[in-house]
Design a binder for this molecule. Structure first.
Ligand code: ADP
Ligand code: MG
Length: 412
């Protein structure tokens, strides 16, 4: 019979001797298994995706990318992983930065053997707990571990919607899709703003295929057809399904065809992000019905809030669970007296994320066709997009958990 699950540890340090010392300290501990070693921050990120450790023991000073940046990147993608920072600088400012980056513990170098094993056991316990609780991002884990190849779960549909135009749906859809796209979580962005969609413009990818090249073949799709029609955004590898080239073509697409394309894409991608226009067409409605997450976008003004309220009323009436709604305030300006809390209270829908008003950055990124999340991953704007992404994954994990509870209870 298998013993209790071992804590899988990744050691990250640019100096071989240090790595060996740590390995030596841990080798006889029956609860710990060292699954890999990395020499750089980048290697650490790649290895966490491939090997899915529970705990990472991380050096701070490394040549290509420092341990704190790597920590942040790892925690953003796989938040259940617990990271212990080892540093020669036993300095409170470093500790603070480590905690802000999402590290769980901070030990000075060289650590005492007991101190290190205790820290790893503690961290391992938290990692197990988190993994169980969130069933973290199942799509990532399944895609990442080769043993599970071949039976990936269906991709999640994320619809970005605002009942008022110009609030920033396209800006959010494009940047969120880029943030979700990784090698292990292939993502497609679909422009369902069929008449005047501008997703392709935002990505500087105009003038090629569109959704119209798929919808007539909705009943006979195969991976080759999909690959042929998709616009592949080179620098990110994000696939894009653009809106038809002319507004009058929009009417030729039926919601039945559109839904069929969406469900087919669920088999090929981990995330399907759908940008919409404010008019509630059949196509938008049917996408909302099958979405795992609906990003509802509003701004701090009365017409936008009024419309968001009307939309929530309508979605309540049509049986859309409010837990699927991820409420975002865009173009947020703290000088405006309507606060996010007040908006949340008056709509009885708490605000999940706030995206700041940054006129210059957003406008330039649109005009250049280079979304801001590509230009600068650490700006306040990009960080707010990563918050949205974290909330998306939280909502998906929550639903997963509820589904398993329902399944489990229906068995008895
Ligand atoms: N966070 C933001 N700060 C400043 N301007 C923004 C922000 N988000 C969007 N905008 C601007 O608002 C306008 C509408 O954005 P867009 O994404 O096209 O909205 P929608 O798709 O909802 O119509 C654009 O001109 C864009 O530059
Ligand atoms: Mg738009």
């Amino acid at each position: 019979m298998a013993g209790p699950e071992k804590i899988r540890v990744l050691i990250v340090d640019d100096i071989q001797e240090t790595r060996e010392n740590i390995r030596r300290m841990l080798q006889f501990d029956p609860t710990i298994e060292i699954i890999a070693e990395a020499r750089t921050g980048k290697e650490a990120i790649d290895l966490t995706h491939q090997k899915l450790p529970d705990v990472v023991v991380m050096d701070i000073n490394m040549p290509d990318m420092d341990g704190l940046v790597a920590t942040e990147a790892i925690r953003r993608r796989l938040p259940y992983i617990q990271i212990i920072i080892l540093s020669v600088q036993n300095d409170i400012r470093y500790m603070r930065r480590a905690m802000l980056a999402g590290a769980r513990d901070f030990l000075s170098k060289p650590p005492m053997i007991d101190e290190l094993t205790n820290a790893i056991r503690q961290a391992g316990k938290v990692a197990f707990e988190e993994k169980r609780k969130a069933q973290v991002n199942l799509a990532t884990m399944e895609a990442a571990s080769s043993s599970a190849a071949g039976h990936r779960s269906l991709g999640k549909i994320i619809v970005v919607y605002s009942p008022k135009g110009g609030t920033g749906c396209t800006t959010i859809a494009v940047n969120v899709a880029l943030g979700l796209q990784t090698e292990t979580t292939p993502t497609v962005l679909i422009d369902a703003s069929l008449q005047f969609g501008d997703v392709a413009v935002f990505l500087n990818e105009q003038g090629r295929n569109s959704i119209m090249d798929l919808t007539p073949r909705a009943d006979e799709l195969d991976p080759d057809i999909i690959e042929e029609v998709m616009i592949n955004h080179k620098s990110s590898d994000l696939d894009v399904l653009a809106a038809p080239p002319r507004p009058e073509y929009a009417d030729s697409i039926s919601s039945d065809q559109f839904s069929k394309v969406l469900s087919y894409l669920q088999r090929m991608y981990s995330y399907i992000v759908v940008d919409t226009a404010s008019y509630l067409t059949d196509i938008v409605q049917s996408s909302l019905d099958i979405a795992s997450v609906i990003i509802l976008v509003a701004t701090q003004d009365i017409p936008s809030i009024k419309n968001a309220n009307l939309f929530l009323g309508l979605s309540d009436a049509s049986g859309i669970n409010r837990k699927r709604v991820l409420f975002v305030i865009n173009r947020f300006d703290k000088r405006v007296s309507i606060t996010a809390e007040r908006i949340g209270e008056s709509l009885r829908q708490p605000v999940d994320a706030i995206i700041p008003f940054e006129d210059r950055v957003v406008t330039t990124s649109i005009n250049r066709g280079t979304p801001f999340i590509i230009e600068n991953k650490t700006s306040i704007l990009s960080k707010s997009i990563y918050t949205v992404i974290d909330k998306i994954n939280e909502k998906i994990a929550e639903q997963h958990e509820e589904d398993s509870v329902v399944q489990a209870s229906s068995r008895y």
